[in-house]
Design a protein around this ligand. Structure first.
Ligand code: KIV
Ligand code: ZN
Length: 521
């Protein structure tokens, strides 16, 4: 009989970060990993160490410094991958896990791998055995499990368990399964695979048909005891199953889910969700369940009346239970550095003195223009501040001129080392003029791929946050940037500079982080 405890395996830093535009810097990944530990996840999949030196270093640093959860590194069934993952998770000691995966479906065997079934079984055995040399905590995933012939899937799972895997993950890699099919696959594999009682079974669902959470819950009802998920549901293509939705579904519908529990500190959910959104410049849709701004907003008069009479008339969860509400007193321009530092600590940030100084100085700028600085404003400022390791260019001043029938002009001065570099330029709009003028100074030529602006809090003086991604190199992936200011033209310039700095900090290769081209065994 499986236990009632569901292990939450968070893959925000691996599958989540894999989605275009969500790339995080090592510093941001560390902040997210620390927050995941506070949130109470059981396992953090910290990255894919073979993918790049940056991924390797980042997994290793998380394994060295983050305490509580198991730290996991992903590897294909390839010796070099497994060795890299083993070395990266080593600092976590007994809390290090290697996750090896191998395509098993007919389409993956024939078209991607060009391997027959017996070769797949041999590779799975060799891969798991090699991983066991580094740690006894080995997870195996038959990739595209939900489209793998069931008899062969059972054989693969038996083989992996026989070779030493202690967790078996059955991914719905393409988001193709329906809840009924996905649950049936678990029931059948668990019933038929020899040794299944010695392994923890895990779900891993993608959201191509919007079924990722439903499928994960169905897997659990059929005996899975680990769920792989991401905050805000970020991930490849349409994303992965959203952690917050799974946890709150299990908790809210204890009657349906047979009193299954997780170790998640639900009051940390909103904070964690915002940290991830800030780190990867991915805005949370307003109507996103649990963490969207509208998730607990009742606009119709009938609903509001019902809520005032008895909250449960229209609310199935208490917003405070997931970390909404109880806003602290906002800070003002009179608040000192200690007050800002203490609020940042409360929000979960551990900043180095230089970072705190930079955030404090931006806080003062904003405090001069805005009566109250709210927690969300601070999260936005700090998120922008820690996104680059090195600021090659920083904004010294920005002036724009525009008006009906006038060509918009920008005059910008950037600090570059000890020098100040200035230029004037024009564009089709004010933002365009600003970005082109920055390019003129840096000598780069960025192509704007995505541009989003949102008001962080309410009111006409709200901080406007700009998230954008820029392609500096035709072959590469875009570099993301984000910034906040009370003036959206200034936020746009700062966000563009952040993307520029990021691209430069990564050696002008924001793209190549997405990665050496990974062949298959
Ligand atoms: O979706 C998938 O199959 C994966 C595997 C690496 C587990 O992400
Ligand atoms: Zn996946």
């Amino acid at each position: 009989m499986p236990s009632d405890r569901i292990l939450i395996f968070d893959t925000t830093l691996r599958d989540g970060e894999q989605c275009p535009g969500a790339a995080m810097t090592p510093r941001q990944k560390l902040e997210v990993a620390r927050q995941l530990a506070r949130l109470g996840v059981d396992i953090i999949e910290a990255g894919f160490p073979i993918a790049s030196q940056g991924d390797f270093d980042s997994v290793k640093e998380i394994a060295r410094t983050v305490r509580g959860p198991v730290i996991c590194g992903l590897a294909r069934c390839v010796p070099a991958d497994i060795d890299a993952a083993g070395a990266a998770v080593k600092p976590a000691g007994k809390k290090g896990r290697i996750h090896v995966f191998l395509g098993t479906s007919k389409i993956h065997r024939e078209f991607k791998l060009g391997k027959a079934r017996d070769e797949i079984l041999r590779l799975a055995t060799d891969g798991v055995r090699r991983a066991c040399r580094f740690t006894s905590n080995v997870e195996f995933s038959p990739e595209d499990a939900s489209r793998t012939e069931i008899d062969f899937l059972v054989e693969v799972v038996e083989t992996a368990i026989g070779a030493g895997a202690t967790t078996i993950n059955l991914p719905d890699t393409t988001g193709y399964a329906t809840p009924e099919e996905y649950g049936r696959m678990f029931a059948e594999v668990i019933a038929r695979a020899r040794g299944s009682e010695n392994a923890v079974f895990s779900t891993h669902c993608h959201n191509d048909l919007g079924l990722a959470v439903a499928n994960s819950l169905s897997g659990v009802q059929s005996g899975a005891r680990q769920i792989e998920c991401t905050l805000n549901g970020i991930g490849e293509r349409a994303g992965n199953a959203a952690l917050e939705e799974i946890v709150m579904a299990l908790r809210t519908r204890q009657d349906v889910f047979s009193h299954l529990t997780t170790g998640i500190q639900t009051r940390e959910i909103v904070r964690s969700s915002r940290l991830v959104s800030a780190a990867c410049s991915f805005a949370i849709p307003r109507n996103k369940a649990i963490v969207g701004l509208n998730a607990f907003a009742h606009s119709s008069g009938i609903h509001q009346d019902g809520i005032l009479k008895k909250r449960e008339t229209y609310e199935i969860m208490d917003p405070e239970e997931v970390g909404w509400g109880k806003t602290e007193l906002p800070l003002t321009k009179h608040s000192g550095r200690a007050a800002v530092a203490s609020r940042l600590k409360h929000l979960g940030y551990l900043l180095k003195p230089a970072e705190l100084q930079a955030v404090f100085s931006r806080f003062k700028d904003i405090g001069d223009r805005k009566k109250f600085v709210y927690d969300d404003d601070l999260v936005s400022l700090v998120g922008a501040q820690i996104q680059v390791a090195r600021e090659t260019y920083s904004l010294e001043s920005l002036h724009v001129e525009s008006g009906t029938g006038k060509k918009p002009m920008a005059r910008i001065a950037l600090k570059h080392g000890r020098k100040t570099l200035a230029a004037t330029g024009s564009g089709d709009g004010t933002v365009d003029a600003v970005l082109k003028t920055i390019d003129r100074i840096t000598g780069l030529r960025g192509h704007l791929m995505d541009y989003q602006v949102r008001a962080v809090t309410e009111g006409k003086d709200a901080v406007g946050e700009v998230s954008l991604s820029v392609r500096f190199d035709a072959k590469g992936e875009p570099a993301a940037g984000r910034a906040a200011a009370t003036d959206v033209i200034e936020s746009s310039g700062r966000a563009y500079l952040a993307a520029t700095n990021r691209w430069i900090a990564e050696g002008g290769r924001a793209s190549k982080k997405t990665r050496r081209t990974l062949g298959h065994p």
